[in-house]
Write a new protein. Structure first.
Length: 333
C-alpha cells in the first residue's frame, strides 16, 4: 500500500513538473519580471484628447503644429489641439509612403525617393538611382539616411541618399546579419544626431550626419543578444519562430529618445503589459536613462505608433489618435 502511494506521489510530482515546464515554454516571455527597474515620476504623461480615425492609419510626421496621418490612400492633417482636420491635396502613388518633417516631405517605395516642400505639397526632386532600401530617415531637404541590404555579405548597411554606394558597416551581426539587426531610424535636427535602435536587443547607436558612430547606448533591459531563430528557403531569410521583441517602436524629439519597450521591469506587475504600453526615455547626448511612463490602451486596443513634439505625445491606436501632455520638468539631466 505504501509503495503504491509513493508511486502515485512520484507520478503526480513528475506530471506537475512537466506542466510547469510546458507553461514556461509556452508563456509569453514579455510578462516575466526582468532584472531592471523603471522610474515612474507622477503625471509624466497625462491623457488630453482622443480623435477618431480610420482603423488603418499611421502617424507619418509633424510640421507647423500639425500631426500627419496616412491611411494608405489619404494624407490627413490633424491640428495640435486635435480640434481641426483636413485632407492634404497631394497626389501620392499607391506604392509610396510619406514622411513629413518640419518644412519638407519625402515619398518612398523602397527604391525611389521623392522630396518636396510643405507649402505647395509638390515634388521638387526625385532620386531614382538608389539601391533598394528597407528603412529611410530624412536628415535634410536633400538627404536621407538609408538602410540597405548587402546580399553578398548578408548584412544591413547604412548609407546616405546623396552617396548611396558609399555604405557603412555599423550594425553588429548576432544571428543572420539582416533580421537580427532590424531596428528604427530617427533623427534629431536640434542635436544633429541620428539614432538607430535595435528591435531585438537592448542597444541604440548615436551617429553624426556623416554616419560616424558617436557612441553606443543601452536600454535598461538586459536582452543583449537577439532571441530569434531564422530559416532560409529559396534564397529568402525568414523567422522560423515568433521573435522575442525588445523594442516595439521609437521616436526622437530634441535630445530625447523615446522607446516603446516590450519588457516588464522587476518593479512592475507581470500583468502590467495587458492594459498599457511602456515608454522609456533616454538622453541621446550621453545615453543616460531618465524616466518611464505609461500609455494606457484605448478601448482595449494597443498603441501602434507614436510621435513626440515639444510637450505632447500623440499615440495611434486602431481607429483612434490620443494626445498626452508630457511634464517636461521631469526630463532633467
Amino acid at each position: 500500500m505504501r509503495s503504491t502511494i509513493t508511486r502515485l506521489f512520484l507520478v503526480t510530482l513528475i506530471i506537475s513538473a512537466l506542466i510547469f515546464l510546458a507553461a514556461l515554454v509556452t508563456a509569453d516571455k514579455t510578462r516575466f519580471n526582468n532584472s531592471f527597474v523603471r522610474i515612474f515620476p507622477p503625471h509624466a504623461a497625462d491623457p488630453d484628447k482622443t480623435y477618431s480615425t480610420e482603423k488603418n492609419v499611421s502617424i507619418v510626421g509633424y510640421s507647423n503644429h500639425t500631426v500627419y496621418l496616412w491611411s494608405g490612400e489619404n494624407l490627413t492633417a490633424l491640428s495640435f489641439d486635435m480640434l481641426d482636420t483636413c485632407n492634404v491635396q497631394m497626389e501620392i502613388e499607391p506604392t509610396y509612403n510619406p514622411t513629413i518633417t518640419d518644412s519638407y516631405f519625402y515619398l518612398q517605395n523602397g527604391k525611389v525617393l521623392k522630396q518636396g516642400d510643405n507649402k505647395t505639397w509638390m515634388v521638387k526632386r526625385s532620386d531614382e538611382n538608389l539601391p533598394g532600401f528597407t528603412a529611410m530617415q530624412p536628415i535634410s531637404k536633400k538627404t536621407a539616411v538609408l538602410r540597405v541590404i548587402d546580399i553578398n555579405a548578408r548584412k544591413n548597411l547604412l548609407s546616405r541618399s546623396d552617396s548611396p554606394r558609399s555604405t557603412k558597416d555599423i550594425l553588429t551581426t548576432q544571428v543572420d546579419g539582416i533580421l537580427c539587426t532590424d531596428g528604427y531610424l530617427n533623427y534629431s535636427e536640434s542635436e544633429h544626431t541620428l539614432v538607430y535602435t535595435y528591435r531585438y536587443r537592448n542597444q541604440f547607436i548615436c551617429l553624426d550626419t556623416g554616419l560616424n558612430v558617436l557612441f553606443i547606448g543601452k536600454t535598461i533591459d538586459t536582452t543583449s543578444v537577439a532571441k530569434i531563430t531564422v530559416a532560409e528557403a529559396n534564397g529568402k531569410i525568414t523567422m522560423s519562430s515568433p521573435p522575442f521583441i525588445v523594442n516595439m517602436g521609437t521616436c526622437v524629439d530634441g535630445k530625447y529618445l523615446f522607446v516603446h519597450s516590450n519588457l516588464v521591469a522587476s518593479n512592475q506587475s507581470p500583468d502590467a503589459i495587458e492594459d498599457r504600453s511602456f515608454i522609456d526615455v533616454y538622453n541621446i547626448n550621453d545615453g543616460s536613462y531618465l524616466l518611464s511612463f505609461y500609455i494606457y490602451h484605448v478601448n482595449d486596443l494597443k498603441m501602434r505608433s507614436f510621435i513626440v513634439k515639444d510637450d505632447a505625445l500623440f499615440a495611434e491606436f486602431p481607429g483612434y489618435v490620443a494626445k498626452y501632455n508630457l511634464a517636461l520638468k521631469h526630463l532633467t539631466d
